[in-house]
Design a protein around this ligand. Structure first.
Ligand SMILES: NC(=O)c1ccc[n+]([C@@H]2O[C@H](COP(=O)([O-])OP(=O)(O)OC[C@H]3O[C@@H](n4cnc5c(N)ncnc54)[C@H](O)[C@@H]3O)[C@@H](O)[C@H]2O)c1
Length: 174
C-alpha cells in the first residue's frame, strides 16, 4: 500500500486534499497538523471511529488515515535522526512516503510579511526543515504550493506598477 504524507492537513487546502485522496484512492495518508489554525479531522470528514497508537490517531474503519498532532518540525527532526522513526515508533509497514504534500505554513498574505516578521521567520523555518528532510528522504513526488503572500494587498496595484503605488493610502509618496 502507498503511504502519502500531508503536512498542514487540517487547514483549508490540506483538508480538501485529504478528503480527495481518501475518496479517490485506496492509499494510506499520514497527516500532520498542530491545529494552530486547522481543526481536528472529526470536524471536517466522516469520522466513524479511531484508535490510538501512542500519540498517533488512526482514523476510520479501514485504518487508512494516521493523524499526528504536533509541530511538523518536531517530526522532521525525529525523521532526520532516524529515517525509520515512524515505522519504528508506530509499527507502520511502509518503505517510503510516495507523494508528499507540504501545506503546513503560517499564512497571512503580504500584510503578514510587512507586519509580523517573526511569523514569517517561523514559516520559513518550517519550509527549511521540510526541504532539508525531503532532500534526504527523496519522496517520489513533492507538491508545495506557492505562498498566497505573493498576491497583492490591493487589487489592481501591480497591474499599473509603479505609477499608482505612490498614491496608495498609507504609503510614502517617494
Ligand atoms: N488558501 C489559498 O487560497 C492559497 C492560495 C495559494 C497558496 N496557498 C498556500 O497553501 C498553503 C496552505 O494554505 P491554507 O490556506 O490551507 O492555510 P491554512 O492556514 O488553512 O493551513 C495551514 C495549516 O498548517 C498548520 N500549521 C501551521 N504551522 C504548523 C506547524 N509548525 N506544524 C504543523 N502544522 C502547522 C495550521 O494549523 C493549518 O491547519 C500555504 O503555503 C499557502 O500559502 C494557499
Amino acid at each position: 500500500m502507498k503511504m502519502h504524507l500531508i503536512s498542514g492537513a487540517c487547514g483549508f487546502v490540506g483538508r480538501n486534499m485529504v478528503k480527495r485522496l481518501y475518496r479517490n484512492t485506496e492509499d494510506a495518508l499520514f497527516i500532520i497538523d498542530d491545529l494552530s489554525i486547522g481543526t481536528h479531522p472529526s470536524t471536517w470528514m466522516e469520522y466513524s471511529q479511531s484508535k490510538m497508537i501512542g500519540d498517533l490517531e488512526v482514523i476510520g474503519e479501514d485504518e487508512r488515515i494516521f493523524f499526528w498532532k504536533g509541530d511538523f518540525r518536531e517530526l522532521l527532526f525525529n525523521l532526520r535522526m532516524n529515517p525509520r522513526y515512524i515505522q519504528d515508533t508506530y509499527g507502520l509497514d511502509f518503505e517510503k512516503f510516495t507523494d508528499v504534500f507540504h501545506f503546513a505554513a503560517i499564512v497571512g498574505g503580504r500584510l503578514k510579511i510587512e507586519g509580523d516578521p517573526m511569523a514569517v521567520a517561523l514559516d520559513l523555518s518550517i519550509d527549511a526543515e521540510f526541504f532539508y528532510w525531503a532532500c534526504q528522504h527523496k519522496p517520489a513526488r513533492v507538491l508545495y504550493p506557492s505562498s498566497s503572500a505573493a498576491y497583492p494587498m490591493w487589487p489592481g496595484v501591480f497591474l499599473s506598477w509603479p505609477e499608482r503605488v505612490p498614491t496608495l493610502p498609507g504609503r510614502p509618496s517617494n
